[in-house]
Structure formats: structure tokens, C-alpha cells
Design a protein around this ligand. Structure first.
Ligand code: KG4
Length: 361
């Protein structure tokens, strides 16, 4: 069985073709041996995970960079311009034509409505024309699923930290396709805070990768930051206070784009963001006692965060799984992976032309 998946929730146009594993494993059965407490990062797909035949991602970074953030109207127009070519490329790299596709999958939300509608309308058209089922997929669930694409043997219950530009959230997954929200950001997402500080310093967009590059050799202890906490000490996150504290330090110390202290400042800011995220994972793990940990989303590309996360997991005796960097960014393979699991449970699914996009989780 082949699935053609499309993802256009924000500023990446992506299409992927995946081949389903046998139906027994699609439904979530584990057959990958656990490897003690050693993190299985990028271990490669075991036989029971879907096979990614192609996963094409076209970033719109260059389009949005002059504005220091994503401009929704430009994003949807860009998706319209590129989606046909991206889907064509995904099919061609997979070596198949549309007649070979058994199932269509598309991100339904949350995301930018205009952008989501491009992928949704495109996929509905294909599914309708070819009389094949169409599965709508939640973007956040797809991010969490990315870890399972490379490691189908992840033991439940799983505690997942999703860190992207639009959301920072903790989920408890007691079984496949079950996602219980434990806490989420009350204001800025972690990626958003990184993007805004980079924008304020004139470092460009997206901010996370620039901060990582320029802060790589900086001293993460040079600029002190207090760990942000919500007043009720819940598992919710709040990054806007940290962002304000960073802006205050920039002004007080007159840190500029070409300042010799820039690397130290960026390393310090990145370090407190990573420490805060991992501290929430620790608090959540104490509460829900998971067997495994998953880190995902665009910010999960960050080396400092990946390292801190793995260090914590090792200390706590938990298996930690982080998708390889290309599967952390928005991509259609993770959408196809969720669709295959959903379809395995509901093989009677058909094309639903009323399938709607939604902006918020
Ligand atoms: O999940 P994602 O690709 O898109 C959505 O938000 O949907 O995440 C994008 C976010 C941006 O805030 C970007 O600055 C951040 O991920 N990011 C990083 C890195 N690469 C991307 N943050 C820190 N370090 C990175 N290497």
C-alpha cells in the first residue's frame, strides 16, 4: 500500500510517498528490540516502520526572511505556485505514478488557514479524481509520529515534547494514536522566542538556526537568566518573560549584531531555553512515569537541546528518541505515517469532501 502525503501548514511545501509495513505492524505492534537506555537517535527505519520512498520539502525561508517572520498571505500564494511541482517530484523520486497511490493524506491543522487550504484542496482533488480514500492528519500528532518513523519499537507510555515555531507542548501517549495534552505554552512558543530575539538583533529569519550557529562557541553562563515558571507551577510553558528579560539584557549591555559578546549572549539565551524545556520534561516525567521520551518539532534540530534532553534521559534511565533533523522540520513523511496508522484502524475510510482545515489545536 502506498500513501501520498501533503503538508502545507505553514511555510514549507512538502509531499512524500510512503509504503506501509505489513498491516499487523501498522496498527502499532512493536517488534524492534529495545536497546537499554541508549538513545536510538537516527537508528534508521526498522522493518515494521513505513518505508519513506520520497520526502520532498521546499522551504519558503527566503520569501519570508525580509519580513523577519512568516507572512501568511505570501505563504499560501507560494504553496499554490509550488505544490504541483513538489507532488510531482515526490512521485518521481519514489518511482511511481498517481495510479499506484492507494491512500491520500493531508495536514488539516493547526496552522495558517490559507496555507492549509492549498494542501487540503489539492489532496481532495486528487483523491476525488482517483476515487481513493483521504485521511486528514493533525500537524502536532504528525510531529510526534516522526520519532516512530525511525524507531517503531518505542515503548509506551511515551512522554513527548513538541517544540516548534508555533507551539511548545508536552503530551502523554499511552498507546498509538492517543495524545493527552499535559501542558502547553501560555504565550510565546520556544521557537517564536528564538525567532523574535534574532529579529530584534537583526540576525535574520528563522532565528533558531542563526542563534545556534553564532552562539556555538559562546559561553552559555556569561549572561544569567532566571528559569521562567508559571505561577501555578503547572506543566504549562511561558517564554514571553524570558524574551523580555533577554531584550532587557540586550538594551542594558548594548549588545549589537557585531558585538564581540554576541556569541556569549546567544549561547546563554539558547541554554536557558533548552534548560527550561528539559526541566518541564523532568517535572512531567516525575508525574506520569513514562517508559520513553520523544523530542520533536523544528526546535528539536537544536544540538544543545538534543544533548540536554539525552543527558536527562540517560540520568533518569529512560529511552530517548529524537527524529533526525530532516524529520524534525515540517515534512510530509510524518503526515503519511499518521495516516497509515489511522487507516489501518479504519480501513473503511473514504474520501470526505467536507474535511475542513482548522487554525488552532
Ligand atoms: O516545526 P517547525 O519547522 O515549523 C513550525 O513551527 O510549524 O519549527 C520552526 C521553528 C522556528 O522557530 C525555527 O527558528 C526553529 O524551529 N528552529 C531551530 C533550529 N532550526 C529550526 N531552533 C533552534 N535551533 C535550530 N537549529
Amino acid at each position: 500500500m502506498l500513501v501520498l502525503a501533503v503538508e502545507t501548514s505553514c511555510d514549507e511545501t512538502s509531499a512524500a510517498v510512503l509504503r506501509a509495513p505489513n498491516s499487523e505492524t501498522v496498527s502499532g505492534k512493536r517488534n524492534c528490540p529495545r536497546s537499554g537506555t541508549v538513545p536510538l537517535e537516527s537508528a534508521g527505519p526498522p522493518s515494521s516502520a513505513p518505508e519513506i520512498l520520497s520526502n520532498i520539502v521546499l522551504s519558503q525561508d527566503e520569501v519570508h526572511a525580509p519580513y523577519g517572520g512568516v507572512v501568511p498571505e505570501l505563504a499560501s500564494r507560494q504553496h499554490i505556485k509550488t505544490i504541483t511541482a513538489i507532488v510531482g517530484e515526490a512521485l518521481s523520486r519514489a518511482g511511481v505514478g498517481l495510479e499506484a497511490v492507494d491512500l491520500y493524506a493531508v495536514t488539516q491543522g493547526p496552522g495558517l488557514i490559507g496555507s492549509l487550504l492549498v494542501g487540503l484542496s489539492f489532496s481532495k482533488g486528487l483523491a476525488y479524481f482517483h476515487k481513493k480514500p483521504l485521511v486528514g492528519v493533525d500537524h502536532l500528532e504528525a510531529h510526534l509520529e516522526a520519532a516512530f518513523l525511525e524507531n517503531s519499537g518505542i515503548a509506551y507510555p511515551v512522554l513527548g515534547l513538541l517544540v516548534s515555531g508555533g507551539l511548545t507542548a508536552l503530551y502523554l501517549m499511552k498507546e498509538p494514536l492517543s495524545y493527552q495534552l499535559l501542558g502547553k505554552t501560555r504565550d510565546d512558543a520556544a521557537g517564536e522566542a528564538l525567532d523574535k530575539i534574532a529579529k530584534f538583533l537583526g540576525l535574520g529569519y528563522p532565528g533558531g538556526p542563526v542563534i545556534e550557529r553564532l552562539g556555538k562557541d559562546g559561553n552559555p553562563k556569561a549572561f544569567p537568566f532566571a528559569m521562567p515558571r508559571t505561577k501555578d507551577r503547572s506543566l504549562d510553558f511561558s517564554f514571553s518573560g524570558l524574551k523580555t528579560a533577554a531584550l532587557k539584557q540586550i538594551r542594558e549591555h548594548r549588545i549589537g549584531k557585531d558585538d564581540h559578546r554576541l556569541g556569549d549572549f546567544l549561547a546563554s539565551f539558547e541554554a536557558i531555553v533548552a534548560r527550561t524545556l528539559v526541566d518541564h520534561v523532568r517535572a512531567a516525567a516525575d508525574e506520569v512515569q513514562p517508559k520513553s521520551l520523544v523530542l520533536c518539532g523544528g526546535v528539536a534540530r537544536n544540538t544543545r537541546l538534543r544533548t540536554r534532553f539525552q543527558e536527562y534521559a540517560r540520568g533518569a534511565g529512560l529511552d530517548a528518541y529524537i527524529p533526525s533533523p530532516k524529520l524534525c522540520t515540517d515534512n510530509a513523511a510524518m503526515v503519511g505515517a499518521v495516516a497509515l496508522k489511522k487507516f489501518a484502524r479504519r480501513p473503511d475510510l473514504e474520501i470526505d469532501l467536507d474535511l475542513d482545515a482548522y487554525a488552532r489545536a
